[in-house]
Design a protein around this ligand. Sequence first.
Ligand SMILES: *Cc1c(COP(=O)(O)O)cnc(C)c1O
Length: 221
Amino acid sequence: MSLSDRIEGLRARIRRACEAADRDPAGVELLPVSKKQPLALIREAAGLGFSRFGENYVQEGADKAAAAPDLAFVLIGPLQRNKAKPALQHFAEIQSLDRPELADRLRRLAEELDVVRPVWIQVDLWDETTKLGGCAGADLPALIEALGEDPRLPLRGLMAIPPPEDEGAFAQLAALRDRLQQDLGRPLRLSMGMSADLEAAVKAGSDQIRIGTAFFGERSY
Ligand SMILES: *Cc1c(COP(=O)(O)O)cnc(C)c1O
C-alpha cells in the first residue's frame, strides 16, 4: 500500500471515530511517529503536508533532525539525564518529561542553550514506570513544582501510554487532565491513542493521537 493510501485510510478511521464520539476531527491532531522509519519515507510524508514527527530515541531523532532541518521532531520516548542536552538541541518538543530531576536538568540546559522547548508530562497511573517511563499520579505535584512555570519549558499537556487491556484508562487520564487544568488555571492538552486504540482515545477526549504503524506501515528494525 502506498503512503498516501495508508494515510487516507487512517484519516477515514479518525473521521469515523470523531463521528461516533460527536467530535470535530479538527480537534484531534495526528502526530505521525517515525521511529525506525527511513528519512526518505518521512520526506514523502512531508510532501503530503506533515511537518512534525514523533521519535522515540534521542540519537535516531537527532540524526534525522540534522538531516532534515526543515522538519520538526518531537521526543516521545524515555529520556535519560545524560541525553538531555542533545534532546534540547535537536527536538522541537519533549513529551516524555517524567521526573523532577529531569525537569531541573532541562531547565538548566535550556537556559544555557538559550532555547524554548514546549514540554508534556508523561504520566503513568498504572505502575508501569519501569517499562515505559511516566510520572505516577502521587508524584505529579513535585514534578510540576520542579517545572515551575519556566517560560523556556512551557507545559503543553499530558502524554500517556496506557496498558492495552485497561478499558477505563483513557477516561482516567481525561479526568486527571481536567483536574490539573483546573488546579493550574491554564489549558492542558492530552496526547493519548496509538494505531491500535485511537478510537477509544478519541472517544475519551484525546487532543493528539500518536500514530506509527497505521501511518507509515511496519517498522523496519
Ligand atoms: C511507537 C510509539 C507510538 C506509535 O505506535 P504505533 O502502535 O505504531 O501507532 C506512539 N507513542 C509512543 C510513545 C510510541 O513509542
